[in-house]
Every structure is written in C-alpha cells, then in structure tokens.
Design a protein around this ligand. Structure first.
Ligand code: C2E
Ligand code: SIN
Ligand code: SIN
Ligand code: FE
Length: 647
C-alpha cells in the first residue's frame, strides 16, 4: 500500500539526483568557459607576438638601409673624429639588426614546434589544429626568409659596397614579400582564433542550452511529482474535511486559512471515525451516528437493514431511529424482510456505490412501489441516501439516511459518507459479531442447564414463542404501546430463554428431586435467580470490560422472573411495576409452560387446569394485564392452531 512516508523518501532521493544532474551541467559549463578563456588568452598573446614580428619586418629593412647609408657616409668621411662616430653608429645598428633578425627568426621557427616564448619569457602553446592550419604560411615564410636572410647577413658583414648595394636592393624589393608572409601568418592565426572562438561559443551555447533544458525538465518532473502528491493529499484532505467545510461560510480565499479549515475538518472526521469505532453496541453506534452526523448531512431518520445468509439472500430492516415526525416508522419497518434481488438494493451492493433519491415520490412514479417503500413514504420520508455497508469485502447490509425534506442530498454528502462508511461498517460488524458470539455461547449454556430438569428440551423455544405472542398482544394496551417496541420484543425473544440459566448452580439432588422440596432445599433453589443474573453479568464482562451492558434485559429477567405482583416473590420481594416488564411477562410464560410440562417432581397439567392456576394467580402472582393478554392470545385463536404447535 501507498504510504505518505515512501513517497516522500522517493521524492527526496529523486530531488538529490536532479540537483546532482543540474550541478554537473553547470560544472561542465564553467570548466568549458574557463578552458575557452585560457585558450583565447594564449591565442591573443601569440597574436600580439605575431603583430610585433610583423612590425620587425619593417625594422629589418629600415636598419639595413640605415647601415648602408652609414657605410656610404663613412666612405666619404675625411674627418677622423666624425668617422669614428659613424663607425660606432654602424656597430650599434648592426647589433640591433642582428638582434632583430634573431628574434624575428626565432619566433617563426618556434611556431613550427607550437611553443612560443615571448621576450619577457612567457611560454604559450599553440593548439595542433591551429598549427596545422598555419603550416603552409610558415613554410611559405621559411622559403622567403631563406633567400632574405643572406642579404641581411651581407649587410651585417659589410663586405663590399657592391655586394651591400645588391643586398640592400634585394631587401628593398623583397621586404614586401616578407611583410606579406608575416601578415599572412598573423591573419591565418587571427581567423583561426575567431573560428575557435565561434566553435567554443557554439559549444558553450549548446551546453548551456542542454543544461537549462535538462534542469527545466527535471524541475518540471519534480514539480509534477510533488504537486501530484500534494494534489492527492489536498483532495483527500478536502474530501475528509468536506462535510465540515460545506457548512462554513464561503468567504475564505486565503490558502492557509483554507488549509487550516481542511485540517480542522480532517481531525474532526478522524475524531468521528474513532468515536464510531469505540461505541460498544450496534444500537449505541447507531444512536451515536444519529446524534452526531447532522453536522455533516441532513436527515430526520436513519435506518439499518442487514443482509442474512439465507439463500436467496434477504435484507431485513433491523434498526431505525428518527425524529418525532417519524414516530412509528421504525416500528413499522423493523423486521420487514425482502429478498435482496427483488429490491433495488442488490444493485447498490454490487456496485458498492451509494444512491441518492432526492424526491422519493417522483422516484416511485415510474417504479413499482413495494410495501416497504409505501411505509417509508407514508411516514413522511421525502429523500434518502442509501449507503452499502461492507467490511473486509463482506457485504453486511445498508444504512439509510432519510429526510422529510426533498432535494437535500448533494454529492459532497456522498463523499463524506464514503469516507466514513468503512468505519460504520467495521463498527457494526465488530458489534454484531461480538454480540452474536457472546449471545450464542450464553444461549448454549442456558440450553445445557435446561436439559437437566426438562424432558424434551423444547421449553426454551416455547418460552420464546409465548413471550412474543403475549408481548404483541400487550402492546395493544395504551400503557405498553410505546414501551413494547420492536427492539424490546426482539430482546424479549432473545433473552427469555436465559431466565433459568442460574439453575446450572443448583445441585442435582435438589434440582432433580422427584418430590416436593424441603424449606432449606427451596431456599437453595431460590438462589438460581441471583446466580443467573451474576452468570450473565460475568459473561458480558469477560468479553468486554468497557461498561456496555449487552445482557441488560437478560440480567433483569434472570433476577426477577420469580418476583410476584403482590410482592410475595423472590429474591427481593418487589411488587407491581417495580418488577421489570420483561420479568413480569416471562413469569407468566414460564409458569404456563412449567405447568403444561413434565418435571422430575410433577406430571404435566392439562391446558384448562393450567389456565385455572394462572387465572388464580392474576393480581397476586401475575400482572393482571399480562394474564389478560395471555387469555386473549388463546381465546382469539379459538382453534388453537398456533398453540397446537407450541404446546
Ligand atoms: P420450574 O419447574 O421451571 O417451575 C417454575 C415455576 O412454575 C415455579 O416457580 C412455580 O411458580 C410454577 N410451578 C411449577 N410447578 C408448579 C405446580 O405444580 N403448581 C404450581 N402452583 N406452580 C408450579 P417456583 O415455585 O419458584 O420454582 C422454581 C423452580 O424450583 C422450579 O422451576 C423447579 O425447578 C424448582 N422446584 C419448585 N418446586 C419443586 C419441587 O417440589 N421439587 C423439585 N424437585 N423442584 C422444585
Ligand atoms: C429502514 O428503516 O430500514 C429504511 C428507511 C428508509 O429507507 O429511509
Ligand atoms: C427494501 O428494503 O425493501 C427495498 C427498498 C428500496 O428499494 O429502496
Ligand atoms: Fe426459574
């Protein structure tokens, strides 16, 4: 899975590589231009040397001429003093000519090797390619110089007037060629240097361009990387914070404020997720959601439908909670069962996408209205969001957020629900699973204890059926209309089989005694109430120590099912409505079934005998209204069809 950390480590190492590449490029540019600068500097020096040499060409001719003039003057001089002066001048000029000739020659011969030393002793190296280029000019120069140089030597030796005149004439005539040769070398060198300069400039330009291009590319890649990551981050964040944000005024433009708001929304959503997960039971989670989600989306009713494992899969409305305007809706819906494929919910589950119906009435104008939908509409639901719940890839069911207003659901509500749906599903799954596990293991224990003193082992099943029939009948009384909700009756059915679980602690010689119990024995027998309540308390504490009471009703039934309406029962001798309703109902069902059954200490009574004993106990042992309800159950079903299967 992708984690924030990996992407940042990846980005960091990429960043370092990018920076290294860019640095390398710029280092290449700097060294290249440095090298170019040095080469150009050397070339410029050599050019200045060559320019000086060219000037020396003229100096050579001038010096030679000066010497010949001085020689001429000397030959005509009569004044000894003056003659001596001229001789000195000739000697000085010859010395100068000699030096100029040597310097002149040396530079051009040095050019053959490519290493040039100036007068001041600096050494410059000429590149091979340049040498090659100026080679013809140098050869040409050597040719000219080889015929020019003897003339200078003649002047220097001052042989004869005739030979000196010839030499001077030659110098005069050929000086221009030598000058041209020098000039050519200089020109070639100069053009070569310009050529070089242009090549270097071109290479530098290309290098710079490539480096900048690479840098730009890498920068873009980096930008892309980081901003992609940031974008993902940002949009996830925004989704998380969305529910919160949409309820704020939209005046915020400032980026940092916006981020701050997202962070707030995010932490609030996290908080919500955590709270959902820390709720202890299925119905507590639902209540928590009902009380806290209105901050994020509008609703007046929340329902839950769970999937059953039967084939074909069915969906059962399991829980509902709503505001006053929907009073009775949950009651009507709970227990409603439909085959998943017959409903539109199958599609929602397979697509794993929530569905918004923003106008229930017009939605059903074009669709068949099933009984469920009719109830929902009759109770004032006008729009609804259906969210599929699945945990670890297992479909669990659906949660419905519904409102009495039309057109209240927007896509951002869905975004919020999607983010939170995993938590909702996991919380339910955990709770359903734990509740089921605990319930079924306790029920197994109850069955085990029951099997000791009961013949057929059917007592528990019959009990559950009796309490359901009695409760549904009793619900018609105004007094119990609101108390006996669907959930309450479900719990009654669930927990009534556990009423005698405390009998596990009663020794065989008492429990299985085939005769009437002594006073002391009965005192022990009575403890099965308190003991049973403790067994259940301990069972739920073992599973979960965080204070939720899964077995609340089971505990009150176990403890109070032998209390009597007139206060003469046990263990506490409480009376009337102080005895929990659940225990009062179970008391009637329990005695009814005990009387109709065989026990180690008694034979079964007939139905009429049983009813007589129950009616005798009305108002004394039993709550009169519950006895009446039992009577109505049986009198209504004159043919006793449901009872025949029960008794
Ligand atoms: P149980 O057998 O399940 O009976 C439950 C309740 O049904 C009894 O609660 C009592 O209210 C009623 N009941 C059962 N049999 C009769 C009966 O023959 N006549 C009348 N009028 N009511 C009856 P109770 O009395 O508090 O007893 C609780 C449990 O104690 C009984 O559960 C049973 O397990 C045990 N028990 C009660 N009496 C005797 C007895 O004489 N001998 C033995 N071995 N066990 C007894
Ligand atoms: C339900 O209670 O199961 C659903 C109610 C609804 O669709 O709004
Ligand atoms: C149902 O639970 O019966 C289906 C409701 C629906 O189709 O939306
Ligand atoms: Fe009992």
């Amino acid at each position: 899975m992708y984690t924030g950390k990996t992407i940042f480590v990846k980005m960091k190492s990429r960043f370092i590589i990018y920076i290294a590449i860019i640095l390398l490029g710029f280092t290449a540019i700097v060294s290249m231009s440095n090298y170019t600068g040095n080469v150009l500097k050397d070339n410029a020096q050599i050019i200045s040397v060559l320019a000086k040499q060219r000037m020396l060409t003229q100096a050579l001719a001038k010096d030679a001429y000066k010497i010949s003039v001085l020689e001429e003057t000397l030959s005509h001089s009569t004044d000894d003093l003056r003659s001596q002066e001229i001789v000195d001048q000739i000697a000085a000029s010859k010395q100068l000519l000699q030096r100029n000739r040597d310097t002149y020659e040396s530079v051009y011969t040095e050019l053959l090797t490519g290493i040039v030393t100036t007068d001041s002793g600096d050494v410059f190296r000429v590149s091979h390619s340049t040498l090659k280029k100026i080679d013809p000019e140098i050869q040409n120069y050597i040719l000219i110089w080889s015929s020019f140089r003897p003339s200078i030597d003649v002047i220097l030796s001052s042989d004869s007037k005739e030979s000196m005149d010839n030499a001077l004439n030659y110098i005069d005539a050929e000086n221009i060629n030598l000058l041209n040769a020098s000039e050519h070398i200089l020109d070639t060198f100069e053009s070569r240097m310009i050529e070089h300069y242009e090549i270097y400039q071109f290479i530098l330009f290309i290098l710079l361009f490539v480096t900048i291009a690479i840098a730009a590319l890498l920068m873009y890649a980096m930008y892309d990387d980081q901003f992609k990551a940031l974008n993902i981050f940002y949009s996830k964040f925004e989704k998380l914070g969305m529910g919160r944000l949409k309820h704020q005024t939209k005046s915020v433009n400032n980026f940092s404020e916006e981020v701050q708001m997202m962070v707030d929304g995010f932490s609030e959503t996290l908080d919500l997720t955590e709270k959902i997960n820390s709720n202890q039971s299925f119905s507590e989670t639902l209540k928590y959601i009902f009380n806290s989600f209105n901050h994020y989306l509008p609703y007046t009713y929340i329902g839950i439908a769970l999937l059953s494992d039967e084939t074909p899969k069915t969906v059962i409305a399991t829980y509902g909670i709503g505001q006053v305007q929907h009073t009775g809706l949950a009651e009507e819906l709970l227990g409603y069962e439909a085959i998943l494929e017959d409903t539109s919910l199958g599609q929602i589950m397979s697509l794993k996408e929530p569905r918004i119906i923003n106008d229930v009435d017009s939605y059903f104008e074009t669709r068949p209205v099933n009984q469920y939908s009719k109830i929902v509409m009759d109770f004032g639901i006008r729009s609804s969001v259906t969210l599929p719940l699945s945990a670890n890839g297992m479909p669990l069911g659906f949660i419905f957020f519904s409102s009495d207003q039309k057109n209240v659901y927007e896509p951002h509500h869905i975004e919020f629900l999607k983010i939170i749906s995993n938590s909702i599903a996991l919380s339910f799954q955990k709770n359903i699973f734990m509740d089921e596990l605990l319930y079924s293991s306790v029920l197994a224990l109850a069955k085990l204890s029951e099997a000791r003193d009961e013949d057929t082992g059917e007592h528990l099943i019959r009990m559950a059926n009796y309490v359901e029939l009695i409760a549904n009948e009793l619900k018609k009384e105004e007094k119990y209309e609101t108390i006996l909700t669907r959930e309450y009756i479900d719990n009654l059915v669930k927990f009534s089989p556990m009423h005698d679980i405390g009998k596990v602690g009663i020794p065989d010689h008492i429990l299985l005694k085939p005769a009437k119990l002594t006073f002391d024995e009965f005192e022990v027998m009575k403890t099965h109430t308190v003991y049973g309540a403790n067994v259940l308390k301990e069972a739920e504490n073992n599973i979960n120590r965080r204070g939720r009471s899964l077995f609340t009703m089971g505990i009150e039934i176990a403890l109070n099912h032998h209390e009597k309406f007139d206060g003469s029962g046990y263990p506490n001798g409480i009376s009337g409505d102080a005895i929990p309703l659940s225990a009062r109902i179970v008391a009637v069902a329990d005695v009814f079934d005990a009387l109709m059954s065989k026990r180690p200490y008694k034979e079964p009574f007939s139905f009429d005998e049983t009813m007589k004993i129950i009616l005798d106990g009305k108002g004394k042992h039993f709550d009169p209204m519950i006895v009446d309800a039992l009577v109505r159950v049986f009198s209504k079903e004159k043919d006793l069809t449901p009872l025949n299967s029960l008794i």
